[in-house]
Design a protein around this ligand. Structure first.
Ligand SMILES: Nc1ncnc2c1ncn2[C@@H]1O[C@H](COP(=O)(O)OP(=O)(O)OP(=O)(O)O)[C@@H](O)[C@H]1O
Ligand SMILES: [Mg+2]
Length: 184
């Protein structure tokens, strides 16, 4: 059971990317990654790895100005969003839930940079916080959030069952005895 966040230390950009590759190879359709972290903390680098893991050949650029980039050539569609330039009201008008509720867009992997700008969240997602700490170095925390009904906050009923197997399959985050700190 993943009751608390796993911390992963990222020695360089290649480590950030390789974590993304592992996730891209294993995450199922409908996975949503909510990425938070300061400017330049490595969010796009992680998504570039995700694209590589999905088998996407296209260059994955930061969608800071385009807001949303969609890629359909990999194992699953990748929807890469960057909400940096939006506030919550503007974000609400985008109806982003169509990317994860399966009604309009084909289910794929949704990776959202500056996810703190989201006015609502999906019921299930991976919360990833990237941190640049001058003392401890670059690292991230990853937390699997799974709620029975469409959750309004991170503190509702958590049911981690579905994520455990997925994260174990990355080979980075172990199974039941998953270490809470990993060095890449
Ligand atoms: N673990 C790491 N160690 C050292 N450098 C890294 C690491 N991860 C990413 N970088 C480098 O940091 C820079 C910024 O990374 P990136 O663009 O992915 O950040 P970002 O969080 O997407 O930034 P923004 O907030 O502008 O969207 C890049 O040059 C990238 O190669
Ligand atoms: Mg970025």
């Amino acid at each position: 059971m993943q009751d608390q966040a796993t911390t992963i230390f990222l020695s360089d950009a290649a480590a950030t990317r390789s974590l993304g590759v592992a996730l891209g190879q294993t995450l199922p359709a409908g996975s949503v990654l909510l990425l938070e972290g300061e400017l330049g903390s490595g969010k796009t680098t992680l998504v570039q790895g995700l694209g590589e893991g999905l088998g996407i050949q296209d260059t994955i650029d930061s969608p800071t100005f385009t807001l949303i980039n969609e890629y359909f050539e990999g194992r699953l569609p990748l929807y890469h969003l960057d909400l940096y330039r939006l506030n919550k009201t503007a974000t609400a008008e985008l109806s982003l839930e169509t990317y994860w509720d399966g009604t309009e867009a084909e289910l794929g992997i949704v990776a959202i940079e500056w996810a703190e700008r989201l006015p609502y969240k999906p019921a299930n997602y991976l919360a990833i916080h990237l941190i640049y700490d001058v003392n401890r170095g670059r690292h991230l925390t990853i937390r699997a959030i799974s709620q029975g009904n469409s959750g309004q906050d991170d503190h509702g009923q958590d049911n981690h069952g579905q994520w455990d197997a997925v994260l174990a399959a990355t080979g980075v985050l172990g199974d039941d005895d998953r270490p809470s700190t990993v060095y890449l």
